[in-house]
Design a binder for this molecule. Structure first.
Ligand code: GLN
Length: 473
């Protein structure tokens, strides 16, 4: 048994650690990482010391993995960018502090798209990450390393961040559970900013129950993040009831788009059937402004990104390319430090914010964002949840979309509207394609109603047990 301890769910590991301590599990995980990471490249850095003294708190010393854009005091944190190479934050992100206080220890930092720009993990400056299901394929992005680590049993649970789908789309590609909480539910303090009005930290886990456990540990108001919500945090594990009777679930008709893989569509329709059989009231709803979501996101989110990335200039963080003179230091540092996708976003973002274009693009984008948010408000007057695919396809091949940014951007077509509206959503496994690749089902809920998400996700998971299918690596 002890050799296979890495296969435990977080919940099972907590029960084991409460009896026997966490050392065996930590050792099993680090062994697993050692044997698989050269193939998968899910981890950029790992804990060296596997021997933990007994730790109090619900996690009892169990190790947790973090996306490499979450600041950990004294630990190099790079956002998978060359520009932050050698950057060692002098403070912990609030989520890191909270997990530590809950008895969590440090397992390692996971690969990602550079600055979270991407849907495949291929923009990482530190090498491509691959899925354990088929190592010719990408894990999705940007939290691809976090999702692949959990899928390959290299981590019990990992934190990721989601600006336009970066937790849910990799969860879908890797066959794990990914939760994007409501904007404001989890503190962003210490999350290296991409799009500050979108970014949200959330867990990637093996089960829905583990997701609720993790959200319990990281949620809550934080005076250090003025956008974090000052409202009570329920015990999310109490929402894990196997019952969807009477729940009204809407299927947005605009989400049946061209380009969606018929196998994905089929398995999502089948998922809706399952919930219907269990007593949910499934109906079609309309989110009329859906078609503008990707365009609006690539105006507003890149505007925020270009402003957030202005601080990397060789002065304070990471790389300083030259000290010849100030101007050259700025230019050279940014030229050598940022990868191609980061540069594309900085240019786009600066463009839409510049005089003359601000009104035409940024301001208009904000207005359409409001319309998209209102679409959801209207839909949630009629239904309790929305159901859709997480992504239009299963995991694609390494290199397949790298030279076609638009095709890459369109892989977030079903996840981006959620971030524009700030609502919570979860991706859970709902089957495999004929090629044996995971498919993700997305459920979306009203702001701060993660409980209903968990309830429906748990019911579906327990009924279908798709989560038990594992890659044979
Ligand atoms: N793939 C989307 C993008 O490239 C979303 C990324 C994210 O959520 N961080 O922006």
């Amino acid at each position: 048994m002890s050799g296979e301890l890495f296969r435990l769910s977080l919940k099972e590991a907590m029960a084991y650690a409460a009896k026997h301590g966490s050392a065996d599990i930590s050792a099993a995980l680090t062994g697993r990482i050692r044997s698989l990471n050269t193939q998968i490249n899910a981890f950029l850095r790992c804990a060296e010391d596997t021997h933990h003294p007994p730790v109090k708190g619900p996690l009892g010393g169990l190790p947790v993995a973090y996306k490499d854009n979450i600041c950990i005091r004294g630990q190099e944190t790079t956002c998978a960018s060359k520009i932050l190479k050698g950057h060692v934050p002098p403070y912990d992100a609030t989520v890191v502090r909270k997990l530590r206080e809950a008895g969590g220890t440090f397992l390692g930092q996971c690969n990602m798209d550079e600055f979270a720009f991407g849907s495949s993990c291929e923009t990482s400056a530190y090498g491509i990450c691959r899925i354990p299901w088929d190592t010719d394929r990408v894990p999705g992005g940007s939290s691809g390393g976090s999702a692949a680590a959990v899928a390959a049993d290299m981590a019990l649970a990992a934190l990721g961040s989601d600006t336009g789908g970066s937790i849910r789309q990799p969860a879908s590609f890797c066959g794990v559970v990914g939760l994007k909480p409501t904007y404001g539910r989890v503190s962003r303090y210490g999350l290296i900013a991409f799009g500050s009005s979108f970014d949200q930290i959330g867990p990637l886990t093996k089960t829905v129950e583990d997701s609720a456990i993790m959200l319990n540990l990281i949620a809550g108001h934080d005076p250090l993040d003025s956008t974090s919500a000052d409202r009570p945090v329920p015990d999310f594990t109490k929402a894990l009831r196997r019952d969807v009777r009477g729940l009204k679930i809407g299927v947005p008709k605009e989400y049946s788009v061209e380009g969606i893989d018929p196998e994905v569509e089929k398995s999502v329709v089948a998922a809706a059937e399952v919930l219907k059989k269990l007593g949910a009231d499934i109906r079609t709803v309309s989110l009329p402004h859906t078609q503008y979501s990707v365009a609006v996101y690539y105006i507003v989110a890149v505007a925020e990104a270009s402003s957030n990335l202005g601080r990397y200039d060789g002065v304070e963080y990471g790389l300083r390319a030259t000290e010849k003179n100030l101007k050259e230091m700025y230019f050279e540092t940014r030229d050598r430090g940022f990868g191609q996708e980061a540069k594309r976003r900085i240019l786009l973002g600066t463009f839409v914010l510049s005089a003359g274009y601000y009104e035409a693009f940024y301001l208009k984008g904000q207005k359409v964002r409001t319309l998209i948010r209102q679409d959801f408000e209207n839909a949630f007057r009629e239904v309790d949840l929305l159901l859709a695919p997480t992504a239009p396809t299963a995991a694609f091949k390494v290199g397949e979309k790298m030279n076609d940014p638009l095709a890459m951007y369109l892989s977030d077509i079903f996840t981006i509207p959620v971030n524009l509206a700030g609502i919570p959503a979860i991706s859970i496994p709902c089957g495999l394609t004929s090629a044996g690749l995971p498919i993700g089902l997305q459920l979306m809920a009203r702001p701060f109603d993660e409980e209903t998400l968990f309830r429906a996700a748990y019911t579906f998971e327990q009924e279908t047990e798709h989560y038990r299918k594992k890659p044979s690596i």
